[in-house]
Design a protein around this ligand. Structure first.
Ligand code: IPM
Ligand code: MG
Length: 362
C-alpha cells in the first residue's frame, strides 16, 4: 500500500481522435484528487498512435516507451483512425498498441461490463435479460494468434497466409492465477472460455486452468466453449461473473460484453503485468467521427482513473469518490449524447467532466 503523499508518476498518452478531449477531463479529476485527498501525481505526456506516426514516423517512439517504463501507471486515451488505416503494418496505430503491451509485459487485460441502472434503456437487450449483470472479462493480452508467427507464401494454388497461435504453460498459468485471484475478490465463480473441442492451444489452456484451480479450492470453476459463451452472454449475461480467456476470444467477447451494457462510453479497462504497474484506458475507441466536437463522453476515461487508483495505487477512498461522483451526476440526469435518450438535452465533454469534478467529495 502506498504512502498518501508519495508522488505517483503517471504517463499520459492522449492519442488520437477523442483521446485528447477525454484525457483532459480525466486530468482534471487527478487534480481534484490531489486537492481532496493529498495524493500527489506527476504527469508526463507522451506521443503514441497515429499522432506519433505523423510527428515521429512510428506509432511507438522509444522515448514514449521510456516515459511509460519510468512511470507507476499509464493513462491512455485512444489511438487509431481512418487516416492511418491503409498504412503498412509498421505504420499502423494498432501495431503500436500491440508493441506497448508486449514491451511493458501487460499480459492481462481486465474489462468489467456492468450495467448502470440509470442507463438500462440504452442497451439493445431487454432490461429483464440484463438484470443483475456485473461481469469481468480477463483477457490474455500478449500471446496467442496476435503474437504468433505470421507470413505469406506462394503455393501451386496461389498465395497463402499463415497466422500461428501459440501458448505455453507459463503464459496460461499466470493469467489463470490472476483470474482466480480476481474471482476470490468477487463471487468466487470463474468461467474459463476456450475451444478445446477443436484447438490444441485450448486443450492445453483447459488442462492448465484445471491444474491451477487446485490452489483455489474456494473458487467454483467451469469451462465454456467460446461459441457457446458468445450465445450465453446474450441469453443470460447475469450468469457470468469472471470470465478468463485467451487473447483473440477475449478481444471478441469483451466487445460483446461491453455492448450489452449499452454504455461503451462508460467502461474502463486495465492492462496489468506481474507487479502493480498498469495501463488504464477506456474500452471505447478513438471515435474519429465525433473527434474535436466536444461531445464525447469522458466517463470511461475518468472511471479508468478510478481503476488505476484501486489496482495500481491502492487509493480506494479516492477511487470510491470518483465512482460516487459519476453515479451522482448520472442520477441527477446529466448525459452526454451517446447515453442520452433525449439527445437535445445532452451536455458536452467538458461540462460532464466539470460536473464530475464538482461532485467529488471526501
Ligand atoms: C482492443 C482492440 C485491439 C485488439 C486492436 C486495436 C489491435 O480491439 O484493445 O481490444 O485487438 O487488441
Ligand atoms: Mg478489441
Amino acid at each position: 500500500m502506498s504512502e498518501v503523499n508519495e508522488v505517483k508518476k503517471i504517463a499520459v498518452i492522449a492519442g488520437d481522435g477523442i483521446g485528447p478531449e477525454v484525457v483532459a477531463e480525466a486530468e482534471k479529476v487527478l487534480k481534484r484528487t490531489e486537492e481532496l485527498f493529498g495524493h500527489k501525481f506527476e504527469t508526463e505526456h507522451a506521443l503514441f498512435g497515429g499522432i506519433a506516426i505523423d510527428e515521429r514516423g512510428t506509432p511507438l517512439p522509444d522515448d514514449t516507451l521510456a516515459i511509460c517504463k519510468a512511470s507507476d501507471a499509464v493513462l491512455l486515451g485512444a489511438v487509431g483512425g481512418p487516416k492511418w488505416d491503409n498504412n503498412s503494418k509498421e505504420l499502423r496505430p494498432e501495431t503500436g498498441l500491440l508493441g506497448i503491451r508486449k514491451a511493458l509485459g501487460l499480459f492481462s487485460n481486465i474489462r468489467p461490463a456492468v450495467i448502470f441502472d440509470c442507463l438500462k434503456e440504452a442497451s439493445t437487450l431487454k432490461p429483464e435479460v440484463l438484470e443483475g449483470t456485473d461481469l469481468i472479462v480477463v483477457r490474455e493480452l500478449t500471446g496467442g494468434i496476435y503474437f504468433g508467427e505470421k507470413f505469406r507464401r506462394e503455393t501451386e494454388n496461389g498465395q497463402e497466409a499463415v497466422d500461428t497461435c501459440v501458448y505455453n504453460v507459463s503464459e496460461i498459468e499466470r493469467i489463470a492465477r490472476q483470474a482466480f485471484e480476481i474471482a476470490l475478490t468477487r463471487s468466487k465463480k470463474l468461467t474459463s472460455v476456450d475451444k478445446a473441442n477443436v484447438l490444441e492451444t485450448s486443450r492445453l489452456w483447459r488442462e492448465t486452468v484445471i491444474r491451477i484451480s487446485a490452489d483455489y479450492p474456494d473458487v467454483e470453476l467451469d469451462h465454456v466453449l467460446v461459441d457457446n459463451c458468445a450465445m450465453q452472454l446474450l441469453r443470460r449475461p447475469s450468469s457470468f461473473d469472471v470470465i478468463v480467456t485467451e487473447n483473440m476470444f477475449g478481444d471478441i467477447l469483451s466487445d460483446e460484453a461491453a455492448m450489452l451494457t449499452g454504455s461503451i462510453g462508460m467502461l474502463s479497462s486495465a492492462s496489468l503485468g506481474e507487479g502493480s504497474f498498469g495501463l488504464y484506458e477506456p474500452v471505447h475507441g478513438s471515435a474519429p467521427d465525433i473527434a474535436g466536437q466536444g461531445i464525447s463522453n469522458p466517463i470511461a476515461t475518468i472511471l479508468s482513473v478510478a481503476l488505476m487508483f484501486r489496482l495500481t495505487f491502492g487509493y480506494h477512498e479516492a477511487a470510491a469518490s470518483i465512482e460516487r461522483a459519476v453515479k451522482n451526476v448520472l442520477d441527477a440526469g446529466h448525459r452526454t449524447g451517446d447515453i442520452a435518450v433525449d439527445k437535445s438535452s445532452a451536455i458536452g465533454t467538458t461540462a460532464m467532466g466539470d460536473l464530475i469534478v464538482a461532485a467529488m467529495s471526501k
